[in-house]
Ligand binder design. Structure first.
Ligand SMILES: *Cc1c(COP(=O)(O)O)cnc(C)c1O
Length: 415
């Protein structure tokens, strides 16, 4: 399939962009190209131009684009059974829940369709858990500044980035934020009215900020001491992204519940809330639901992703290639001829390069796209590399070489 096919259909980039600008809502600001095809860690636009994709749809396409086994599993399941509602069991959801229980420290699984929904479920679970125990005073949720938990009202309120709150109030009540990594700040607010503390084991959108293990252990001990639940948002850090199946495995801290999404079905919409046995009955029948959540089609995609992880050793690959990626980024930062790169951040295949304050991150990002390399920005000034977990060392080298070339001519902020 070449660009000629798209052109023959009259679908030039220009006509597609013109249509997009007149029919799509203006809430996004996508790069001025239109992607039409992907394979492995490569995608192609409507003009036939090839890109090396080290963004993977923001850490979503965990097994690369168009993986034959994933595509086949989706096609087979679509032809067999797509949706039945949660009024009936379906075999694929049962199988996927059993797989997640097997692979994580959690005992019970609830399925949704997106990260924000899984976090909404966590929020409701935390409040209802205490209510069911007759402790209705525990309604507050403590979250952290710079966190990202999603865009629906509950998750948006949890998100500790005021820029996303502009014009959206009134937000959900009973949420407070404290500095990430600051245990004393948590000690000052967690008390008898706290339902839960929620945090990401690495703040991903916030700029790939990796906390100390001591902090995470301290948060766990504080929650236990004061009777609050500990919730982890592993929407981005989970599913092998950091080189372990869950990001929490690095510290060994097990929360009472966690959310998963992004890489869980390789690009098919699916999310999960995983809870420990003590929370198994925290959401009684009728207290929470999702029409699409846990449908057999999404769960079949989720099962295929796990089968591919196992067959191709992708969590180990994320660790191994992630180490190589980190070494390459460390070298960029150490390179005196590249003052635009000032800090390496991350773990496994969730890595970033923090840019010097005088570099224009948006212009640099645009120049990378132009050069045929897809990355994302995190925290405003961090170039995030979050490729498919089956990325190769050669692809990382190709991408980092291109990044180095762009950094050497990094666009400066206008005075
Ligand atoms: C992406 C993300 C979300 C939101 O997921 P959606 O699927 O966009 O709703 C929530 N939390 C974290 C940590 C994320 O990275």
């Amino acid at each position: 399939m070449t660009s000629s096919g798209d052109r023959a259909a009259g679908r030039t980039t220009e006509t597609l962009l013109a249509t997009a600008r007149s029919v799509q809502l203006g809430n996004y600001k996508p790069a001025p190209m239109v992607l039409t095809r992907g394979e492995g860690r490569r995608v192609w636009d409507a003009s036939g131009k090839e890109y090396l994709d080290l963004a993977a749809g923001i850490a979503v396409c965990s097994v690369g684009h168009s993986h034959p086994r994933l595509a086949q599993a989706i096609a087979d399941q679509a032809a067999r059974l797509m949706h039945v509602s949660n009024l009936f069991y379906n075999d694929r959801a049962i199988e996927l829940a059993a797989e997640l229980v097997e692979r994580t420290p959690f005992d019970r699984i609830y399925f949704g369709n997106s990260g924000t929904e899984a976090n909404e479920a966590l929020l409701k679970l935390a409040r209802r858990y205490h209510h069911e125990r007759g402790d209705g005073a525990r309604v507050e949720i403590v979250s952290t500044w710079q966190s990202f938990h999603g865009r629906t009202m509950g998750s948006l309120t949890l998100t500790g980035q005021p820029k996303y709150h502009v014009g959206m109030g009134p937000l959900v009540g009973g949420v407070v934020h404290v500095d990430y990594g600051d245990l004393d700040a948590l000690r000052a607010v967690v008390g008898p009215t706290t339902a839960a503390v929620i945090l990401e084991p690495i703040q991903a959108e916030g700029g790939i900020r990796v906390p100390s293990d001591e902090y995470l252990h301290g948060v766990r001990a504080l929650c236990d001491e004061r009777g609050a639940l500990l919730l982890f948002d592993e929407v981005q850090t989970g599913y092998g992204r950091t080189g372990k199946f869950l990001g929490q495995a690095w510290s060994g801290v097990v929360p009472d519940a966690c959310s998963l999404a992004k890489g869980i079905a390789g690009g098919f919409p699916l999310s999960a809330m995983c809870v420990t046995e003590k929370l198994a009955n925290a959401l009684p029948p009728g207290s929470h639901a999702s029409t699409f959540g846990g449908n057999p089609l999404a769960c079949a995609a989720g099962l295929a992703v796990l089968a591919i992880f196992d067959e191709e050793g992708l969590v180990d690959n994320a660790l191994r290639v992630g180490d190589h990626l980190r070494a390459r980024i460390d070298a960029l930062v150490a390179d005196a001829t590249l003052p635009a790169a000032v800090e390496a951040r991350g773990r496994g295949l969730l890595q970033g390069v923090r840019l010097a304050p005088d570099v224009d991150p948006l212009a640099l990002h645009a120049s990378l796209v132009e050069s045929g390399l897809l990355t994302t920005l995190a925290g405003g000034d961090v170039v995030r590399i979050s490729p498919a977990l089956n990325v190769t060392v050669a692809e990382i080298d190709e991408g980092i070489d291109r990044l180095a070339a762009a950094l050497a001519h990094a666009p400066r902020k206008q005075a």
